[in-house]
Design a protein around this ligand. Structure first.
Ligand code: FAD
Length: 371
């Protein structure tokens, strides 16, 4: 039995790959499925990766990830995500008029010529009236995360358990299973517990590898009146998007979920200062829409990854073997398929297995909506 600890995108994608190969497994999740970093991501599954390819030297293999997702979304390949809905099948990049921002926009259009296309703002409802600047369409889908988690819930039905792993069980220096608040389970352990992985490692006396966290201060703005939906990135002068915007509608209320440079710089700010910076950033990024903000919530979250020199962003998915198991961090939602590709060839063959009669793990809501 393969025991996958953590029901975020990495545990769910791996489970689906194991299902396709008839390898016995279970996924153990202490809260709701996808309720960790996965549902805090900006629904823009590929964008982080693509932007990185665009503006730096990305690791080989990453460029193939959008196609892996597209194949899965079409229901072809080992993971069938044909039930997943898209918010859009592309996303937008724009630069408001300024010399430096336009240069980045120009560079982007050259580097990504096959996937990026400069478009007439009139083609996009949110940009049609009053926008002055350059607008690009990037052919990368924006996933609806609720339907993504639901899709995995169907594929992994019968293998999902709601329990907290409290420690790894070892015999003679080898991990042989897990201890949970529901009981014990024996098998090869695959840690996909995001930030929770480090605690489990340390409590089990495994000191390597180290994990790093890169915090973000995301802003969630409730709007007084809805604006046309926006999914995309405002380009600035640096290599990271100045502002990443995705619109959500919950209970007839429209929200802007904001990341990018604003969220990175916000880590050092107080909530009050970050709210002020958010108001300024939104009115600048979407000035022609004049969005009226009702309330702003600051939502502090961590990205959990393998430690790198000087805490820089890792370039690819990560796996590390220890006696009796594996440690996995995808580093990006978009890289979950790459993580499975790295891990599956390393798995050992499995003996007979007994599935526990424990409660089922279910999906939850957007973490920022319930706080
Ligand atoms: C704000 C934000 C925005 C992002 N935006 C993007 C983006 O646009 N594109 C992109 O590609 N990536 C993005 N990312 C990165 C991406 O979300 C993560 O890399 C990815 O979701 C990590 O998935 P995971 O399954 O490894 O971890 P998680 O999603 O964190 O899942 C780990 C799970 O393990 C469970 N768990 C922990 N400890 C235990 C335990 N002891 N027992 C049982 N269960 C346990 C947790 O409850 C959790 O559900 C973003 C991340 C953040 C924080």
């Amino acid at each position: 039995m393969k025991i996958i600890v953590g029901g975020g995108i990495s545990g769910l994608w791996l489970g689906a790959e194991l299902s396709a190969r008839n390898i016995p497994y279970c996924v153990l999740e202490r809260h709701h499925l996808g309720q960790g970093q996965t549902r805090q991501s900006r629904r823009i599954a590929m964008a982080g990766t693509i932007m990185r390819c665009l503006l730096s030297n990305a690791a080989p293999g990453i460029a193939g990830m959008p196609n892996r997702w597209r194949t899965a979304l079409k229901g072809e390949g080992t993971v069938n995500l044909s039930s997943v809905q898209l918010e859009r099948d592309d996303q937008l990049l724009w630069s408001n008029q300024s010399l430096a921002a336009n240069l980045v926009g120009f560079f982007a259009s050259k580097a990504m010529h096959s996937r990026m296309q400069r478009i007439d703002p009139k083609e996009e409802p949110a940009f049609a009236v009053g926008f002055e600047g350059h607008l690009y369409r990037l052919s990368e889908p924006v996933l609806n995360l609720s339907t993504l988690i639901q899709g995995f819930e169907q594929i992994l039905d019968g293998h999902l358990y709601h329990c907290e792993v409290t420690r790894l069980r070892s015999e003679g220096g080898r991990v042989i299973g897990v201890e949970t608040n529901q009981g014990q389970l024996d098998g090869e352990v695959i840690l996909t517990a995001g930030e929770g992985t480090e605690t489990l490692l340390r409590e089990s006396g495994i000191n390597q590898p180290n994990m790093q966290i890169r915090p973000l201060a995301m802003s969630v703005c409730a709007l007084k009146k809805p604006i046309p939906p926006v999914f995309g990135h405002q380009l600035g002068i640096g290599s990271k998007p100045k502002l990443t915007i995705s619109t959500h509608t919950l209970d007839d209320r429209q929200y802007l979920y904001l990341g990018g440079q604003l969220a990175e710089e916000g880590v050092e700010r107080t909530d009050a200062a970050q709210r002020e910076a958010t108001e300024h950033a939104v009115s600048e990024a979407l000035s022609w829409l004049n969005p009226e903000i009702d309330t702003i919530k600051i939502f502090r979250v961590n990205r959990a990854e393998p430690a790198t020199d000087q805490g820089a962003r890792p370039d690819s998915a990560f796996t590390h073997a220890f006696p009796g198991g594996f440690i996995c961090w995808p580093t990006k939602l978009a890289l979950a398929p790459q993580l499975a590709d790295l891990l599956i060839p390393q798995l050992t063959s499995t003996g007979p297995c007994l599935y526990p009669a424990w409660p089922k793990a279910t999906r939850g809501d957007y973490p920022w909506a319930s706080q």
